[in-house]
Design a protein around this ligand. Structure first.
Ligand SMILES: Nc1ncnc2c1ncn2[C@@H]1O[C@H](COP(=O)(O)OP(=O)(O)O)[C@@H](O)[C@H]1O
Ligand SMILES: [Mg+2]
Length: 369
């Protein structure tokens, strides 16, 4: 847990209980249960339409839940209107007031709350310092870059020191380089203010770098909750394995189970040897394994491993310090591997035949649903 530097602003605990939202017969969010600790940075990650924003909007109060409850520090806030919830919000299209300068934009939530002028000035100055825009207080939004405007929106959300901050794809409108910068700023800001942050994104890299925990959404429900490390290294199901990081998903009929391992037969007939998974039922019919790209060994390094094939390079992609290879192992079986650009002397061009292999222990069984 992160220790906030300013305890007065420490975050609130947020709990979602069986939260659901239906639109007619359509289920936008289904039975979401989640407990967020004070000061935690939790990201809702999932494809477009998976229910992330709807969940956030129910926390904010803009959308009324069909079922379930939202609790802050142990008390239900369902009956409270938006402006009474004391929750800061920033959305993807952070509409600033174009006719007001930066300071007035940031002051707006305080003026709404009838805070005395002297205090408004002090708090606006503090919020602008936090987002490093103190020198821009007299500019209009159109005189700022996209990233600076985004920081003004953040300052406006932070200015009344809410114990909860909701951020819905706040970096989505920025170009790649700015987004990268803002990621670091957000992280630093979180350390400084100690607020509980619920952050929505469809970008796995953003989620992995920023979050204490990630909630993976799929089709309106939670697919898995875990730390970035847990989700990357121990995805519980096919969807999460595929959505977080790149992977090969290999599923087939169970041929035999021996001890802690099993052999599966892929549709094309190839056999794979992989470990059973603790906490999972021993599969009787079919099983699915995830195999990370970096686990696939090429050339001599593949010889003698539990799973070994002769493959042919079909395609490669240059990705800076590494290359990604699409390799055909059998008529119905291709896998993707990633290897450092400098492979000891092997030239891996399309058409190259080579040994390809990986240890059983580097495959991980996942639920196929
Ligand atoms: N007001 C609405 N009326 C009908 N359907 C809606 C409404 N709001 C959202 N939805 C639907 O609910 C699903 C989840 O939407 P949303 O929470 O915005 O997804 P996400 O933020 O994960 O992209 C989508 O299929 C969306 O079309
Ligand atoms: Mg959304």
């Amino acid at each position: 847990m992160i220790e906030p530097q300013n305890k007065a602003q420490a975050g609130a605990e947020v709990e979602l209980r069986s939260l659901s939202r239906f639109y007619g017969s359509f289920t936008a969010v289904h039975d979401v249960n989640l407990q967020v600790a004070p000061g935690e940075f939790v990201t809702f990650l999932g494809p477009s339409g998976s229910g992330k924003s709807t969940t956030l909007m129910m926390i904010a109060g803009f959308t009324i839940p069909s079922q379930g409850d939202v609790r802050v520090d142990g008390r239900s806030i369902i009956a409270q209107p938006v402006h009474k919830r004391n929750i800061g919000m920033v959305f993807q299209n952070y509409a600033l007031f174009p006719h007001l300068d930066v300071a007035r934009n940031v002051a707006f939530p305080l003026e709404m709350r009838n805070i005395p002028q002297a205090e408004v000035r002090e708090r606006v100055a503090r919020a602008l310092r936090l987002v490093r825009l103190e020198e821009f207080e007299n500019r209009r939004p159109r005189q700022l870059s996209g990233g600076q405007q985004q920081r003004v929106a953040l300052a406006r959300a932070l200015v009344y020191e809410p114990p909860i901050l909701l951020l819905d794809e706040p970096l989505g409108a920025l170009d790649a380089k700015l987004r990268e910068e803002m990621k670091f700023e957000l992280k630093q800001l979180h350390h400084k203010i100690g607020a509980t942050i619920l952050f929505v994104t469809h970008d796995q890299e953003e989620a992995l770098t920023l979050s204490d925990r990630i909630v993976v959404f799929n089709k309106g429900g939670i697919s898995q909750i875990g730390s970035p490390d847990e989700l990357y290294n121990a995805p519980s199901n096919r969807f999460v394995a595929d959505f977080i990081g790149e992977t090969n998903l290999l599923s087939g009929a169970v041929d035999s189970v021996n001890g802690d391992n099993c052999t599966i037969r892929l549709p094309g007939g190839a056999r794979l040897y992989g470990p059973l998974r603790k906490g999972f039922d021993t599969p009787r019919k079919s099983a699915c394994f995830t195999l990370r790209l970096e686990s696939v060994r090429l050339g001599d390094a593949a010889i003698g491993l539990d799973n070994q094939f002769e493959g042919v390079i079909e395609e490669f992609l240059f990705i800076g310090n590494a290359r990604k290879y699409l390799i055909r192992l059998a008529p119905d079986l291709t896998i993707t591997a990633r290897a450092p650009t400098q492979q000891q002397g092997i030239v891996l061009k399309p058409g190259t035949r080579l040994q390809v292999g990986w240890p059983a222990s580097e495959m991980l069984m996942v639920e196929s649903a």
